[in-house]
Structure formats: C-alpha cells, structure tokens
Write a protein that binds this ligand. Sequence first.
Ligand SMILES: NC(=O)C1=CN([C@@H]2O[C@H](COP(=O)(O)OP(=O)(O)OC[C@H]3O[C@@H](n4cnc5c(N)ncnc54)[C@H](O)[C@@H]3O)[C@@H](O)[C@H]2O)C=CC1
Ligand SMILES: O=C(O)C(=O)COP(=O)(O)O
Length: 529
Amino acid sequence: MPAPKVLISDALSPAAVQIFKDRGIEVDFQPDLGKDKDKLAAIIGNYDGLAIRSATKVTPKILEAAKALKVIGRAGIGVDNVDIPAATAKGIIVMNTPFGNSITTAEHAVAMMFALAREIPAADASTQAGKWEKNRFMGVEITAKTLGIIGCGNIGSIVAERAIGLKMKVIAYDPFLSPERALDLGVEKVELEDLLARADFITLHTPLTEKTKNVLSAEALAKTKKGVRIINCARGGLVDEVALRAALDSGHVAGAAFDVFVEEPAKENPLFGHPNVVCTPHLGAATTEAQENVALQVAEQMSEYLLRGAISNAVNFPSITAEEAPKLKPFIALAENLGSFAGQLTETGIKSVHITYEGTVAGLKIKALTSAAVAGLLRPMLADINVVSAPSVAKERGIVIEETTREAQGEHDALITLTVVTEKQERSVVGTVFADGAPRIVAIKGIKVDAEFAPSMIYVTNEDKPGFIGRFAGLLGDAGVNIATFALGRDRQGGSAIALVEVDGAVPDSVLASVQTIPGVKQVKPLKF
Ligand SMILES: NC(=O)C1=CN([C@@H]2O[C@H](COP(=O)(O)OP(=O)(O)OC[C@H]3O[C@@H](n4cnc5c(N)ncnc54)[C@H](O)[C@@H]3O)[C@@H](O)[C@H]2O)C=CC1
Ligand SMILES: O=C(O)C(=O)COP(=O)(O)O
C-alpha cells in the first residue's frame, strides 16, 4: 500500500510535519494555501488527509474535488469552517482537538477583560506617543464585579475558574450546564435575561449555531446593565456588531474586546475606530504552547486513523481505539453484509431497524457497527451512502434505529441479529464471525443456515418438498452457471426452506425466472456482496 498523503493548508506548528514524517506519511506543508480556494480545489484530489486551522474553508466545492480524502483534521476547536454534512455524506471523518487550545483561549479572554478594564491598548498608544495622559485613563476594578459567561463549556469553565481566582462573582448562562457542574465550578447558573441584567462584564464562549447567532442582539444589548463591557473570543456573529457599535456610541456599553468577527479576515468592521474597543486578529489560540498542542494532537489523530483505523475526537463518527480497530474490522464487515442482505431483499419503505449484539461483540463499539449495518441496508437504494453518513441519512428518512446488547446465549461467542421492519413485513438475519475472521450468515427469518457472503449468490425461499435441489441444480448447470457452495435450511420437515447458493459469476435473469417456476418456490433473488 502506498504511504498516505497529507496536505497541511494552514499555518500549523511544524511539529505536525515531523509527526507525519515520523509515522511514514507523506506530508505537503503549504501554510498559505487555504486562503486560495481555487488552488486548493486544484490539488486536494491528491491527498488522503487535510490538516487545517480556521483559514481554510472546506466547502462542498473543495469536497467535490477531494476524491481520495479520508480525514480532515482541525488543529483547534471550531469546525465551522468545514461543511460537516457535506464531508459526512462523502464518508470523510472530521476530527478536531477539543482541549489543546482551551487554556490559551480562556487566558486571552481574561487578558481582554483586563485590557478593557484598564484601557491598556489606548494607554499604551498614548504613552508611546509621548502624551503621558495620566488623568485620561480611569479604569475600573475587577474584584467583586459580576462576570456573566455565555456558554460554560471547556473554555467558559476555565474562564470561570480564573475569574473566581480574581475574586469576581461568576454567573453563567448555558442550558446544558448541569446544576452539579455549576456548583463544582462555583458559578451561579442563571437564565440569559438574568445574566444580561446583572453582569458588569459579559464574555461569550459558545460555538456559532442557529441558536447562538446574535445571542447578543440589539434587544439583548438593551437589557444589559449600563456600563457593561463585552468580550468575544469565541465566534464572530454571536454579537450583532452594528447594534453593539450603536450601544457603544450611546455610552450604554462601556467597552468591547473582540478577537473574532462576522467577516474574517476583518479588514473593515463596524466596531473599528471606537475608542473603547479593543481588537485582536483571531489570536485566541495563538500561543506557542497551544499551537504545539493542537498540531501534535491533530497529526497523531490523523496518522492513527490513516495508518491504523483508530478514530478519536471525530465530530461525525464514534471513537475507535487502535486496539479496537482490528477487532472491530471483521464485525464491521459482518454488520455491513447483514445490512446489505436485508437491503437487497427489501422492496418497500423501511420503518425501523433493530440490531441485537450478543456475546463478545456486545463489548465492541456498537455505534460503529450499527452505522455499518445501516450503510449496508440502505446502499441498494442509495449508492453513495457510507458508514460515516449512514446514521444521518437514516435519520433524515425517519428510520428508527434501536440497539440491544446481551450476553451470549447459544453456541456462538458473538452474534449480530439485524431485524428490519418495513411497511409490509419484519425480516431478521443473524450472523457471526468465525475464528478465521470470515463473516457468516447463521440464520435467516428464524431458519438456521450456514453461509459465507460471496460476490454472487442466489437466495431462494421454497416449500420443503422433494425435488427442488435437483431441478434447481439442473437449471443452473444447463445455463452454464457453476455452483460454488450450497447452504440449506428449513424450519421443519415439509415447512419453509431457504437456499443460499454461491455461484461463479452473474446469473442471467432468464435463469432466475426459470428457478421461479420450480414448483414450491416462493422467492428467488440474486444477491451481491
Ligand atoms: N478565538 C479563538 O481563537 C478560539 C475560539 N474558540 C471558540 O470558543 C468556543 C467555545 O469552545 P469550547 O469551550 O471548547 O466549546 P465547548 O463545546 O466545550 O463549550 C461550548 C458551550 O456552549 C454551550 N452552548 C451551546 N449552545 C448554547 C446556547 N444556545 N446558549 C448558551 N450556551 C450554549 C454548550 O452547552 C457548551 O457548554 C467555540 O466556538 C470555539 O470555536 C476556541 C478556541 C480558540
Ligand atoms: O480553535 C478554534 O476554534 C479557533 O478559533 C482557533 O483558530 P485558529 O486555529 O487560531 O485559526
């Protein structure tokens, strides 16, 4: 197998380059390429991995050209510059480094708070201009002031801890912050309205989502305390910049410190030029320590995925360790094949899928197995589906997916049972992985069989009556179709029977039609795996 190739299209620490090289991955470091979308689109097709920060915009157009891309690694936290649904639809894993720069970013927010409280940037400019304006700069103390944190996740929590150390009263608005965590942190959990009314400083630490966009709108700003100071080191768009400028101009807001902007790079901005505004060019994560952390981590994570199939910190797939990956592999194949078997037999709309994991397989990452089963199930209808995109596609189509795990109950150490409920019927298929690593079907609709999945198969259901096998074999023989293996099962003597037959090469439709005419045959279906 040729060495995987990775493109680094943003200014990552060179530490990442070394990691890739050490792991035997070919690496192309072009720190400014991300800013040139046409050039990126022209070469992205050559790479298995793309490592980025925030400057590279991974749009559907880039993804369209990314024919070999398997993984996008964000050396940082926010992945809003990557079109995740489009990447997911293409089966591309998107991973970030959720903690590597959080301390650094929290420190930047605290630095911005001090910069505002003591007007440090303006005082610095004035002093260095030889003005010595000792009376112009009258600051405010931070001790005993109330800090309102909007979004108390990783970074918000670190800001809270630091602020408590600075003797501030900390209140937080975050619908997902548990009361226990708030208590642990020593912050008071409040509603947004309460935060707006009480905070002397407000700092934002949420991602930019439909819900958080303009969380500080004109209306929200009007509800803030007069003299409030606002810090945004999270994402541009959380605050309505035009409304904030108006509130600064009117004197209602005493100051604002912004690291992030609606449009970046911010060459012009409504906030620019106001005397009480402090701006930095998206420097939240810009320390040597943080950049080294995120670069090393993203390079490790991407290498692990490309070389060993391990997945960590993916935003669109469950985590799989390097130890789990080889154990999971045959079961992924089994799950996908079971799904494929059911999918090829399904002709009406699927309502729900129930998967039972029994025995040793129940201890593996069943989320990944379920994704594989669903991908196999839907592939006959949606050729482009893959293990990464399957759960979201199923959700879009309103297919209910349920999983159960239980201890081994029969002769097999590990079993996967896939039950598909359609508008017309319920069909279940059971499989296992033998010691040789080959996945096998061991039951269909409650009838025991034993068959491997093969590239070309014929599935027949019939009444258990003498004569079927001879006629069936005769028809295939006459048509020059060679039978490789033949698996049979029945529920009882004279009851319902199943044949799962592996053949060499494709079976002409005319032969399948003749099989259908054998007395007692109910269903004949060619299958491909
Ligand atoms: N300026 C910079 O260079 C950097 C900026 N960031 C940005 O900081 C932000 C926060 O990062 P983390 O703390 O690591 O993320 P996180 O996911 O740990 O925390 C985000 C918090 O926001 C909360 N949240 C979500 N929706 C909310 C809503 N509607 N209202 C209130 N709270 C809500 C979540 O419950 C969560 O606790 C991200 O947008 C990230 O991109 C991160 C690193 C560097
Ligand atoms: O990690 C994040 O979310 C950041 O915003 C940092 O962005 P950067 O990598 O410095 O362009």
